[in-house]
Design a protein around this ligand. Structure first.
Ligand code: ADP
Length: 556
């Protein structure tokens, strides 16, 4: 097997060069390719643009038989197939835009071995025509793109994805199954493995760290945000930037305010000028498209947008992305902030936030979770998972740890330990904030989770640590526990804050389900090390007068 492994590796690199013209694999790609060539199922978790396609296209070229690629968007199939054909790879698609005769032609070519990659939408797998084809054609691999569409707990559930597992199970010979997604949620990943029926898959998470991006977090009062953004735009007048707002109205107000204040900051005698355009889903499409063209073609440096902006927009020289409000999840933040620096040049992502953003997000969440298709119990799970996503976002705002590490850890990618400044840089490694030591509280929490054998929720942990005599604790005999009352002098809110932050930073983990339980996270062992230190950002205390520059600079 070692020899065949080396042969695989050489063949895979050769194919990468011959067909795609690339000299080296990106991180993660080669491991996935080799696993597939060894006949092992894989789950590849990579962000959009990281290069998932070659992970199945190269094995498809090297394996005998045909690879069926399940892809959700018929509109993208033509482009993918054209690109492969240009590279000399025999690929075709079969879908409902073709006549039955055309479909038959494609399928018979595939059955005769004239096609290496056959692209289909999931609905196609259920048709009799396709089943007939599949029963008489050797299929070596089924590659499932956007695999998170199988999960009801993801953003883009597609019921037609539920049939993929059954299709695979019905094949005369089981092919290798390769699934790809950019989704971080544990629940969704579990669904992908379960619903697609992946067998002992190799799970690879990679490509999330964008080392050319500098991440920055600023806690600012709502009324200070516009002035800060105007100053930033004026100081970077030669650069392109995106400012994301939570609402349509905010985009229009902020764009107008920038057009008023930025020209004056640049030249006190100047009149209003066009510095920024607004962009949101409620604008007439001609106006919106014009705004997009003006920004993409550098006729206006700044677009102030809702999250409607970005899909399919290809502008590589965006030098900064500023968030005027906290997004709903790290996934959303990563995607929006990640539109900076596509050309690989150093770029900056700044998140402005304050506590009222959390309140707003919670309110939006409680109002929009209602969905008639779901039972009350399912609604509760959806609401819980949204709350969990928001907790991850709040954790990012409050963490004192490296922001690059925080984000890659969130997506499940292993990060290499580093002391001091991270690659690319971030405000936390720059240590531009004040901290308070929380080591003792963190250690006590961790010991308490051990005392209760990882069997209770956050409320009870807090009560035990604070020495509560509450009735519902009695069955646990808390007075026998070493940590009972250990934090009796620490305010409850503080214990909760530290516990929540420990979850966000990966020391603890809160289980999913109706009764969430606090358990140990991947980094729990660090809390018992003698040199363990845990810090929290100092909570902003309202200054008496106007904020000085130094205070506004402090990332709190
Ligand atoms: P994804 O499917 O993950 O969104 P793609 O497969 O479309 O990403 O790849 C994104 C881009 O990266 C494509 O232009 C692709 O050709 C390029 N790419 C992929 N792998 C490599 C590599 N090893 N070296 C250089 N470029 C690559």
């Amino acid at each position: 097997t070692r020899l065949s492994h080396m042969a695989d590796t050489t063949a895979a690199r050769g194919a990468l060069r011959t067909y795609f013209g690339y000299d080296a694999f990106r991180p993660g790609q080669e491991g996935i390719v080799n696993a597939i060539l060894d006949g092992r199922d894989v789950l590849g978790v990579m962000p959009t643009g990281a290069g998932k396609s070659v992970c199945y296209q190269i094995p498809a070229m090297l394996l005998p038989g045909v690879t069926v690629v399940v892809s959700p968007l018929i509109s993208l199939m033509q482009d993918q197939v054209d690109a492969l054909n240009d590279a000399g790879i025999p690929a075709l698609f079969v879908n409902g835009t073709q006549t039955p005769d055309q479909q038959d032609l494609v399928l018979s070519m595939a059955a005769n071995g004239q096609v290496k990659l056959l692209y289909v939408a999931p609905e196609r797998l259920e048709t009799q025509r396709f089943r007939n084809f599949a029963s008489r054609t050797p299929i070596s691999m089924v590659a499932v793109d956007e695999a998170h569409c199988v999960s009801q707990w993801g953003q883009d559930f597609r019921s037609s994805y539920l049939g993929i597992g059954e299709f695979i199970a019905g094949l005369p010979t089981r092919p290798t199954v390769a699934a790809f997604t950019a989704t971080a949620t544990e629940r969704v990943r579990r669904d992908i493995i379960g619903i697609l029926g992946l067998m002992n898959p190799q799970i690879t998470v990679t490509g999330f760290d964008r080392t050319n991006l500098y991440f920055d977090i600023l806690k600012l009062d709502t009324k200070e945000k516009a002035a800060w953004i105007a100053r930033y735009v004026a100081d970077h007048a030669a650069e392109s930037g995106i400012v994301y707002c939570a609402t349509r109205k905010e985009t229009e107000n902020l764009a107008a305010s920038l057009n008023h204040s930025v020209p004056m900051l640049l030249d006190p005698t100047a009149a209003e000028g066009r510095v920024a355009v607004a962009y949101h889903g409620g604008m007439p499409s001609e106006v919106r498209e014009q705004a997009q063209r003006d920004f993409v073609n550098d006729r206006v440096p700044v677009v102030v947008a809702t999250n409607a902006f970005g899909m399919g927009i290809d502008k590589s020289n965006v030098r900064y992305v500023i968030h005027h409000n906290m997004p709903e999840s790290i996934e959303a933040y990563y995607q929006e902030a990640g539109r900076a620096g596509r050309d690989g040049e150093a770029s900056r992502c700044t998140l402005l936030w304050n506590e009222s953003d959390i309140v707003t997000r919670r309110r939006l969440m409680d109002s929009d979770y209602e969905n008639e298709r779901l039972t009350p119990e399912e609604q509760e799970i959806v609401r819980q998972s949204k709350r969990r996503l928001l907790d991850g976002m709040v954790g990012y705002c409050r963490t004192t740890e490296c922001l690059h590490d925080y984000m890659t850890r969130y997506f499940g990618e292993e990060t290499a330990a580093h002391d001091g400044m991270c690659e690319g840089g971030c405000a936390n490694c720059g240590r531009t904030f004040e901290t308070v030591d929380a080591t003792d509280v963190a250690r006590a929490i961790s010991m308490c989770v051990h005392d209760v054998n990882q069997k209770v929720g956050m409320g009870k942990i807090v009560k035990i640590l604070r020495g509560s005599k509450a009735q519902d604790l009695a069955v646990w005999h808390p007075e026998t526990m070493p940590t009972y009352g250990r934090l009796k002098d620490v305010p409850e809110a503080r214990v909760r804050d530290v516990l929540n932050q420990m979850v966000a930073d990966g020391f603890l983990h809160i289980s999913e389900g109706r009764m969430p339980i606090v358990c140990f996270g991947a980094r729990a062992a660090e809390t018992v090390q003698p040199d363990f230190r845990y810090e929290m950002k100092r909570v902003a205390r309202r200054p008496a007068g106007r904020r000085g520059e130094s205070q506004a600079q402090a990332r709190m």
